[in-house]
Design a protein around this ligand. Structure first.
Ligand code: ASP
Length: 344
């Protein structure tokens, strides 16, 4: 075949090949911007993040805005209105990570309304990644974050008084599970957190990851952690590689559920590494869930962990141990809640 014939043939076949590849999903343009968040309350979080993303803003600013939305919501279990530890103190955990693998985190932070912004300040102005307890609070105050009263919200006060009757630490599988949430409602407003019929309510975490119009990824997590935990306990949420991991070449992941199980397998780092090996976000989350269950199948029946992941093509997926994990997605194509698949 001479050069002219070859060029002619290539010109004819190239569009066909391109069409075929795009059907196969190989060379499709990435869906961006996009933001995905844990649980159904992620709809409000995504809306706040979308304000930034839709104006071609940076994913980092979007995830901070999303996390702040939850921290600002009155009577919400994520921020200062969350449930306390067994000593009656609300302690907050949060982290943030950007497209350059810069990261910042706080753990056991008391009386500060926006732990995610303190985490970002640590990331951007210090040589460190994680500050804890009194040191984290001192850093926050020195950087102009107001010190709040530390008083429990009315619903937290009541729940804590009830809990003290038995003082039993027993994580609940899905407090956010949709059918269960219909059983009762704590507080008012469209995104007020729900609680079980028996009043139990002991975790809630907001994790979100986003990709902006420049194809850059970031993520953030904010939580009051497991209610009635031992004072000083830190879960997966502020631990980079456990509750959140971002690798701008590959993808990003976050988690919710019993943090100790996530820490044991470096959960979100594992999910991102599975994506690096070529797995879809959903399959990567599934493999991480299987790792937890394999370690202790009997115990796994009594606990919940859910992973949520996004890759550089804007594809997303989730997987949980038990039924009930849900997540919220916002892009130009959709704005909705999805049920996660589950293993048991
Ligand atoms: N993962 C959080 C923790 O262990 C709790 C949650 O997801 O609700 O503190």
């Amino acid at each position: 075949m001479n050069r002219r014939k070859f060029l002619h043939l290539s010109a004819l076949t190239a569009p066909l090949l391109a069409a075929k590849k795009s059907i196969a999903g190989n060379f499709e343009a990435p869906v961006k911007p996009i933001v995905i968040s844990t649980w159904d309350s992620g709809m409000a979080v995504n809306a706040a993040a979308w304000e930034v993303l839709s104006k071609k803003g940076r994913a980092l600013d979007a995830v901070e805005a999303g996390a702040m939305k939850m921290e600002n919501t009155p009577d919400c279990c994520v921020g200062l209105d969350g449930y306390p530890d067994r000593d009656g103190i609300v302690t907050l955990d949060s982290c943030i990570m950007d497209e350059y693998s810069n990261c910042g985190a706080v753990a056991g932070l008391e009386r500060i309304k926006h732990p995610v912004s303190v985490a970002r300040k640590i990331m951007e102005t210090t040589p460190h990644v994680l500050l804890v307890g009194a040191g984290a609070q001192q850093f926050a105050v020195q950087n102009g974050f107001p010190l709040e009263s530390g008083e429990l919200s009315e619903s937290a006060k009541k729940a804590y008084a009830d809990w003290l009757k038995k003082s039993e630490y027993k994580p609940v599988i899905n407090i956010e599970n949709l059918p269960v949430r219909q059983a009762g409602k704590k507080g008012n407003g469209p995104f007020a957190p729900m609680f079980f019929e028996d009043g139990s309510f002991n975790h809630d975490t907001m994790g979100l990851v986003a990709m902006d119009s420049s194809n850059n990824l970031s993520g953030a997590v904010t939580t009051s952690g497991m209610a009635y935990k031992i004072h000083g306990r830190v879960g997966d949420s502020p631990i980079i590689g456990a509750g959140l991991f971002v690798d701008n070449e590959v993808g990003a992941a976050t988690s919710s559920g019993l943090g100790e199980e996530v820490i044991r397998i470096c959960g979100t780092h594992l999910v991102v590494e599975f994506m690096r090996q070529g797995l879809s976000p959903e399959m990567a989350c599934k493999k991480a869930v299987e790792r937890i269950v394999k370690r202790n199948p009997k115990k796994a029946k009594e606990l919940q962990v859910g992973f949520l992941a996004l890759n550089k093509k804007g594809q997303y997926g989730a997987y949980a141990i038990q039924k009930g994990f849900v997540f919220s997605v916002k892009s130009e194509r959709e704005n909705q809640i999805h049920q996660s698949k589950f293993l048991l």
